[in-house]
Design a protein around this ligand. Sequence first.
Ligand SMILES: C[S@@+](CC[C@H](N)C(=O)[O-])C[C@H]1O[C@@H](n2cnc3c(N)ncnc32)[C@H](O)[C@@H]1O
Length: 288
Amino acid sequence: MGWAWALPVPGARACLTMDERTLKKHLERKRKLLQRLKPFIKPGSIVEFGCGSGFVLEFLSREFPHSRIIGIDNDLERVASVAEKNLPNVIPICAAIEENIFPAAVFDTAVFVCCLHEIFSQAGGEGVMKALRIACDVLKPGGAVIIQDYLKPESISVEVRFADELLLERFIRFAGEFKPRRVDYELHGDIVRVDAADAFEFVSKYHAEDEEHWQEEMHETHFFFTKSEFEVALGEVGFDVTSIEEPPGSGILTESHKGFSIKPSLKVGWIQVVGRKGLSKVNEESRP
Ligand SMILES: C[S@@+](CC[C@H](N)C(=O)[O-])C[C@H]1O[C@@H](n2cnc3c(N)ncnc32)[C@H](O)[C@@H]1O
């Protein structure tokens, strides 16, 4: 799942719903971030891993009308909604990335937007490495991989001050129930000291609108790799990292922080990493 938008917190005093204006701003921001993919895309055959309902595919289809674009996702409903869009040069496929359904060396570009954090949540670092190996395998030599996802901040202790008692209770519940990793924190009155990555995880989840959604969020981590971990992971599977940036203005949820503040004030980060399949490297690990 992505960030929980437009979701009132049950019982919370502050109204945390995202109004239409904020939603529009969020989509605008996402569109701007997609523009950053453009210079790195090698036209021809393009695959988006974890395409969801096709927000990125629409962009790719519009910008690269002469390319053949494949979207793959394991959620049938989302793949069906891509099909309904009838994008002229897009083929949606329902399959798990790890099924490795494509032949080797057929794509010019492979894209992961907001997908690898979900794979990490389901299958840990090994799952991410497997997905990256598959991407490397299906790319032609010199092909490009482009990743956009949440960026785990370097480990640093932050102070979260809760003006809202219910939100503090919600944080304590989060710390006890978050499954991907242990959340250590110190409580001093209405202030919690906690690692920045865990504070960000809370920021990404506290909106959950009902118990089912909350439980789902407790199994998902958004902030899984730091910048250097992305670089190492790409290098390990056979990519040369050619560009790595933290797009300015991509701080997410800043409008929605009602009821608490974080010091030092850090922006929830987003990263774009681009790699080229090393021309001399052979990647055989993803094939049986
Ligand atoms: C947050 S959505 C992003 C969708 C799209 N890329 C976008 O940015 O609008 C992540 C998508 O990855 C898909 N996904 C997660 N793990 C997957 C896997 N192992 N195989 C295929 N798809 C997967 C999910 O079903 C979901 O649709």
